[in-house]
Design a protein around this ligand. Structure first.
Ligand SMILES: *[C@@H]1O[C@H](CO)[C@@H](O)[C@H](O)[C@H]1NC(C)=O
Ligand SMILES: *[C@@H]1O[C@H](CO)[C@@H](O)[C@H](O)[C@H]1NC(C)=O
Ligand SMILES: *[C@@H]1O[C@H](CO)[C@@H](O)[C@H](O)[C@H]1NC(C)=O
Length: 565
């Protein structure tokens, strides 16, 4: 009796799919993409489903409780098991979705420890029928890259409440790194390390106005040269994409000349995602820059180069998901995580995809990982050369990451022209920044009215030097520029603060933003410069938070005090 009842229940749920209804829809193609015709029916699509999390609001509440200064649970970051309990799909969701897939003869594979993202492989013909759509081949003309995507897809009405999205479908991401502006070679570089325990503004060498080195940053931001315990469990993870590899030899050459006070042969760990490599014969400017500054600023804290390969078949945007999945799967992920790559514009991605990705960043930062991203290099146009009549926010504008903009010069330090910043059209301003942003908007008045969304999540959150930054690539010294420099510099500082906190028996900084907006005095407020783009002069940097330099650049000594050290 019991057994037949169970079978009956399964059969009933398998049949109760209901009619198909549009789940996601794109109204127009992003610029540069052209439809080439229907995808071949036998082509196999690697699709992934984001299933509904059982309690994402509960996770957000627990995260904000841990991240908000003054809370009794301040900095009590969640365990892997706690995050997964909030994130896993409900039993009902798993039952309904699995019954549907089983009826279609599809087996799925979990991509995350919580099982909220699953992967399936199905031919275009079956996908067209299941989702009542026509998968189409599109070409991104400027790069010549081909993608299979669709303008809309449907789900059975009884399945839809359990599925956030199917990917890749209506998102047309052009993943790019924030291409550092290169200039090789330079003449003689200023060498040396600071003389005092903490650098100080009074000792900033004049050469720093034209060439930024670790010694310049130590002086400018009062960064200590090195902590007493170089074997700290505080770790830094540096994301690598686009077959850009980090050279051990270049790192050694860089440290020998620009950090003569520390051992120059610093080993680092490789974490491979999607078949990512780190072959030593192809050092990349971006990878070399990111590793040299994460390690050079942090004085050699344990650093992991996370190399994301292209074994995803569904376009580079899936590498952005896979690196998160890999970090979530670690029992002890590095607590300072920097990425100098991003998507050109938020609008290329669907609202469902940005929301699901943002929830995944929330899962990672809830475990005590500070997530930093370069804000982009196109000023208010997000990426260099974008045509625009309204300002274009870059991605990720997710409120659970820290966006790092760029400054230039040291006397005075001002907002860099290229520093991307503005306001999201998808995410509302989170409570931690509403008063800082309202202050800016009232100072700005009606300038650029209609060109940006006054209610959106505003970025960047902070800034650091991003122009004429000295690196070694392929054995040569040269200078590079871009917010690509700023994010690893800031992550090195967070790594150092975490090392001091761990040594003092205190929890790490974790999700930074609520703490930083509550302590604006720990930043050097940058009040000059602007970020031109879209045929405008861009936002001006003003006193207080602004969309060029955020809260400002770090003052390590003040951050240390605010961290309770
Ligand atoms: C630093 O460089 C900027 C831009 O080139 C220049 O305007 C400023 O005068 C320089 N400052 C000093 C002290 O040389
Ligand atoms: C600036 O305006 C000109 C003339 O209207 C236009 O051709 C050009 O594309 C615009 N540039 C950007 C970056 O929007
Ligand atoms: C402006 O941002 C809000 C989120 O704060 C969003 O809901 C709204 O759709 C955006 N408006 C436009 C025109 O994009």
């Amino acid at each position: 009796m019991f057994q037949s009842g169970l079978l009956l229940a399964l059969a009933a749920s398998a049949l109760a799919l209901g009619p198909l209804r549009v789940h996601e829809l794109r109204k127009s193609l992003p610029s540069g993409f052209v439809a080439k015709g229907p995808a071949a029916p036998e082509e196999v699509l690697q699709l992934r489903f984001a299933l509904q999390n059982s309690d994402i609001q509960g996770l957000e509440a627990a995260l904000m409780d841990a991240a908000t200064p003054g809370s009794p649970n301040f900095r009590q970051w969640l365990s892997k098991e706690q995050v997964e309990a909030f994130s896993r799909p409900s039993d009902e969701t798993l039952r309904v979705v699995n019954a549907w897939l089983a009826e279609e003869g599809i087996t799925s594979k979990p991509l995350t420890p919580a099982g909220d993202w699953i992967a399936v492989s199905i031919p275009v013909s079956q996908a067209n029928r299941m989702f009542n759509t026509q998968f189409t081949t599109f070409t991104h003309e400027p790069s010549g890259t081909q993608f299979v995507r669709t303008m809309a897809y449907s789900l059975p009405v009884d399945i839809a409440p359990h599925v956030q999205l199917v990917h890749p479908t209506v998102s047309f991401a052009r993943v790019g790194r924030n291409e550092p502006v290169m200039s090789f070679p330079t003449g003689g570089a200023p060498a040396g390390a600071p003389t005092s325990e903490f650098g100080s503004l009074a000792t900033v060498p004049a050469s720093c106005n034209t060439t930024i080195t670790p010694a310049c940053l130590q002086a400018l931001y009062s960064i200590p040269a090195r902590l007493s315990s170089p074997t700290s469990p505080s770790g830094i993870a540096v994301a690598g994409f686009s077959n850009q590899f980090a050279s051990n030899t270049d790192l050694t050459t860089f440290l020998a000349r620009l950090r003569p006070d520390m051992p120059s042969n610093q080993p680092f760990t490789l974490l491979s995602v999607d078949g990512g490599q780190n072959t030593q014969n192809r050092p990349g400017i971006e990878a070399d820059l990111d590793m040299q500054y994460a390690i050079g600023v942090s004085g050699g804290l344990p650093t992991t180069f996370v190399s994301v390969g292209t074994r995803t078949q569904d376009g580079a945007d899936s590498g952005f998901l896979d690196i998160l999945n890999a970090m979530l799967a670690l029992s002890k992920p590095p607590q300072s995580f920097t990425t100098s790559y991003g998507f050109n514009t938020e609008a290329d991605l669907s609202v469902s995809l940005t929301t699901a990705m943002c929830n995944t960043y929330m899962q990672l930062t809830a475990r005590g990982v500070s997530i930093m991203f370069a804000s982009g290099d196109g000023g208010v146009a997000a990426a260099p050369g974008e045509r625009c009549t309204t300002f274009l926010p870059s991605w990720p504008t997710c409120p659970f990451v820290t966006m790092v903009g760029a400054t230039q010069n040291v006397n005075p330090e001002r907002g860099a022209d290229l520093s991307a910043g503005g306001f999201s059209n998808i995410f509302a301003a989170p409570s931690y920044q509403t008063s800082a942003v309202a202050g800016y908007l009232s100072r700005l008045g009606n300038q650029f009215a209609g060109k940006f969304n006054r209610t959106g999540r505003a970025f960047p959150d902070v800034a650091a030097q991003g122009l004429r930054v000295e690196i070694v690539q392929g054995g040569s010294f040269g200078t590079v520029g871009g917010t690509s420099c700023s994010s690893p510099i800031f992550s090195g500082i967070i790594g150092l603060l975490n090392a001091e906190l761990i040594a003092a028996g205190k929890p790490v900084l974790g999700f930074l933003n609520p703490w930083m907006y509550a302590n604006p005095g720990m930043f050097n407020d940058i009040t000059t410069g602007s970020n031109p783009g879209c045929n405008t002069t861009g936002f001006p940097a003003l006193a207080g938070w602004d969309p060029v330099t955020g809260l400002g650049t770090p003052n390590y000594v003040a951050m240390r005090t605010a961290a309770g050290l």
